[in-house]
Ligand binder design. Structure first.
Ligand code: SF4
Length: 310
């Protein structure tokens, strides 16, 4: 089965009729749309915010977690896709094949960030196992990458056996779990399709206890009801490394910003106008960051916090 995707619980599309388009007939789950695509490469030269890494690795395009603030939506080519962010997913069906075609040793020592514009543990990953197959390929090829896995899903704990094997082969792995608030009402507002934050914290605690390096990324840090209790719950996971970051307010050619919808929601939650919410939000961020800095063993911030850990 190596290099092939198992069938998920919905119809596998027909063969591509046009190699240029590389898109197949979509499968629909509710209003969610899944398509399958062949891509030119599975490793992309890292640029912009991730330029300290060699490559980004995105097994999927789009993301069913659909966070309201997601900057990755800006990288969608068409406006319709940007506007329907969270409701479509492209499965890169030749991802494993592409990885396996690489010369042995190609990934040795290479800093790989998985993933920059999707979450590698999409709900459909439970059936497809695409991310797992990529990790298996790295293990089988005896690759020695320096791999950082970024996710909001507890499903990452499923692959601890492979993370350990990559390390046994001489590679390095760190799992970053994003947790953004202690308030489930806030989480539901900004991340309606994401797993709850307590579930994510349990999972990253499990990863840490399985002997895999772990980090909790509060990116972006949303509103926190009880900063001290939040810091305590973070420490209780056993994780030693943390990164925080506020919303991105800039938007330019190389720096995508937070989506407008998230700004509206934040203004509403803070009870102020869209024009004045920014300073109120940043005041809140700074005050929570101060509590976290005093309570957590190691707290990085922003791009500097995201520098490669190895
Ligand atoms: S999980 Fe990541 S990629 Fe997916 S919508 Fe949220 S921020 Fe964007």
């Amino acid at each position: 089965m190596k290099g092939q995707l198992p069938l998920p619980g919905f119809p596998m599309p027909v063969s591509p009729s046009c190699e240029d388009a590389m898109m197949e007939r979509p499968a629909k789950i509710g209003d969610a749309q899944i398509t399958y695509s062949r891509v030119g490469d599975i490793l992309t030269r890292a640029t912009g915010f991730m330029d300290a890494y060699d490559y980004t690795l995105n097994p999927y395009s789009g993301c069913f977690f659909g966070c309201t603030y997601c900057y990755a939506a800006f990288f969608s080519r068409d406006i319709e896709k940007r506007d329907s962010w969270g409701h479509w997913l492209v499965v890169k069906k030749n991802a494993v094949e592409l990885l396996e075609k690489r010369k042995r040793g190609d990934l040795d020592g290479k800093l790989i960030y998985m993933s920059s514009v999707t979450d590698p543990y999409q709900p459909v990953e439970r059936e497809l196992g695409l991310t797992r197959r990529l990790l298996e390929a790295m293990v089988d090829r005896l690759d020695k990458p320096k791999l950082v896995v970024q996710t909001r899903s507890p499903d990452v704990a499923r692959d601890c056996d492979l993370f350990r094997r990559i390390e046994e082969n001489g590679g390095r792995v760190q799992i970053n779990m994003t947790a953004t608030t202690d308030d489930e009402d806030i989480r539901r507002t900004f991340e309606p399709f994401c797993p709850s934050n307590p579930v994510r914290l349990n999972a990253i605690g499990e990863v840490q206890s399985e002997g895999v390096d772990a980090c909790i990324t509060m990116t972006p840090l949303l509103l926190v009801s009880n900063p001290s209790a939040f810091a305590e719950s973070l420490c209780d996971t056993g994780v030693q490394k943390f990164i925080a970051q506020p919303f991105h307010f800039q938007r330019g050619k190389f720096l995508a910003g937070t989506r407008d919808n998230a700004f509206d929601l934040m203004a509403e939650k803070l009870g102020c106008s869209r024009d004045s919410f920014r300073s109120k939000y940043l005041d809140h961020y700074k005050s929570v960051f101060g509590v976290l800095r005093d309570a957590l063993p190691e707290l990085g911030e922003g791009k500097a916090g995201f520098k490669p850990p190895f």
